[in-house]
Design a binder for this molecule. Sequence first.
Ligand code: AMP
Length: 305
Amino acid sequence: MSLVVVGSVAYDGVETPHGKVDRMLGGACTYISLSASYFTPVKIVAVVGEDFASEDTELLASRGIDLAGLERVPGKTFFWAGVYSQDMNDRTTLQTDLNVFATFDPKLPEAYKEQPYLLLGNIQPGLQHNVRQQMKGPRLTGGDTMNYWINDFRGELLETIRHWDFLLINDSEARLLSGLNHIGQAAKKILEMGPKVLIIKRGEYGAMLFHRAGHFAIPGYLLEQLRDPTGAGDCFAGGFMGYLAEQGVDPSAGKLDARLLGRAVVYGSVMGSFCCEEFGVERFRTLSRQEIDRRFEEFRHFTAF
Ligand code: AMP
């Protein structure tokens, strides 16, 4: 009963007001799978080059992540570099070297195809669709996307998300995808595109969840120490889906109720917040499930009235 995760495994160069790291483990698939691994067994599908360090493979393996679908091919690992604004709410991409990621053609190992949960990280929508097609009828499928795919691959993206149970995007992407500025109207239009659930991530301001029967919203967690927001959205996705997988959610059996979805949004926010406390994936070297559950309870206290 595993969660299959597809996306980038990368090296990142990141500069924030709290420091600069020229090269460290990153990538959407990396963040999603580390985060989800606190809730459910994870199997990843990704590609790296010959330069991918054994200590990075070991970190993923130490969290019990199945690496049978991590392809290693000649060439260099995907590299991304970015710099954050003073308040860390905006970032500018400085460099994107696709390297071996340019020809990524995800192939699922046989044992992956029977798994019930699928999370499609931010990659070309056609590849996301292709992975979904290789699976033998997953119970729950969800994913992420970004401005570039919404603008330049719109047709492919619409055909892809039509088959998803949930879509996770940020507020500017929701406006872009729907063509509507009012977030409630934008959500309604996106739900008409196929996904049963829409999660809108709002960075430090929290997250909103929309489904056909209503909506749910939580504020952001007030961090005492915020060093690097890279990967927060992916960790949110990993926590959200990881929790639903842990609960054995099965929409076809009617086991996807509003209460579970709300709790999943809180776990997503908890995981996104931990990610920001240290550079890159550092926080995951020490993070425990106990700390996660404690922060989940904090959310309960500061949102109760
Ligand atoms: P997030 O901060 O949640 O948006 O995720 C940041 C991660 O996305 C970084 O670790 C990057 O390596 C990865 N990333 C950046 N650009 C791309 C891209 N074009 N395709 C796939 N992954 C990317």
